[in-house]
Design a protein around this ligand. Structure first.
Ligand SMILES: Cc1cc2nc3c(=O)[nH]c(=O)nc-3n(C[C@H](O)[C@H](O)[C@H](O)COP(=O)(O)O)c2cc1C
Length: 205
């Protein structure tokens, strides 16, 4: 199974990123994790974490996974480290997800700026014609943001907004988070049983 890249940027929706990481690890996938400074700021705010960048560790996102598994499967990269493997097209991956994706990162990737490791790795995925899944979160959307999404979609990215459905009768915030994470896993071909699919017998009844 090939490595996956998960980038967390400074849009609201840290819960999506944490749940996605957990599901990918449960599926036994190796994950290259990069968190932007604004992403860390939002993680702190939304998950109540009191950490600075130098102390950041996967065990703080997934305390129940402390120990070997998470440490073996997750490689944490500094957002400024352009010498990381994922900054090069010669490093093989099975795809990249930016979740959540800020409008700032969206704009930078849409215009090929490569100002940090997240933007560079995304640029590499596009040029190598590998899967890039962008999970934007903003509302309402302005014309610049919509044009940037169109630009990225035209370049081959999958635009998968953090926009949960309600047709599966969610009972909790976790159900809504899982709806979006399930759609991301489908795009990555990662098997899961996070949410019932339309057409499942229970949904038809
Ligand atoms: C608590 C918080 C929530 C934010 N939510 C969003 C958001 O939902 N969407 C967005 O595009 N930017 C949001 N921002 C602003 C971005 O973090 C900011 O534009 C930042 O420069 C993005 O940097 P990055 O793309 O390198 O992570 C938020 C900032 C904070 C502090």
């Amino acid at each position: 199974m090939s490595d996956l890249v998960l980038a967390v940027t400074g849009a609201s929706g840290s819960a999506y990123a944490v749940r996605l990481l957990d599901v990918l690890l449960s599926a036994g996938r190796r994950v290259h994790l990069v968190v932007s400074p604004a992403g860390l700021q939002v993680l702190r705010h939304e998950l109540g974490l009191s950490i600075d960048a130098s102390q950041f560790a996967v065990s703080q996102l997934l305390p129940e996974r402390q120990g070997a598994t998470a440490n073996e499967l997750v490689t944490l990269h500094d957002h400024r480290d352009f010498s990381a493997g994922i900054a090069s097209g010669s490093f093989r991956t099975g795809g990249m997800v930016i979740c959540p994706c800020s409008m700032g990162t969206l704009a930078s990737v849409a215009h090929g700026l490569s100002m940090n490791l997240i933007q560079r790795a995304a640029d590499v995925h596009l040029k190598e014609r590998r899967k890039l899944i962008v999970v934007p979160r903003e509302t309402p959307l302005g014309s610049i943001q919509l044009e940037n999404m169109k630009r990225l979609a035209d370049a081959g990215a999958v635009i998968l907004p953090a926009m949960p459905g309600f047709y599966h009768n969610p009972q909790s915030l976790g159900d809504l988070v899982d709806f979006v994470v399930a759609r991301i896993c489908d795009q990555l071909n990662v098997p899961h049983e996070l949410a019932r699919r339309w057409g499942d017998t229970q949904l038809d009844e």
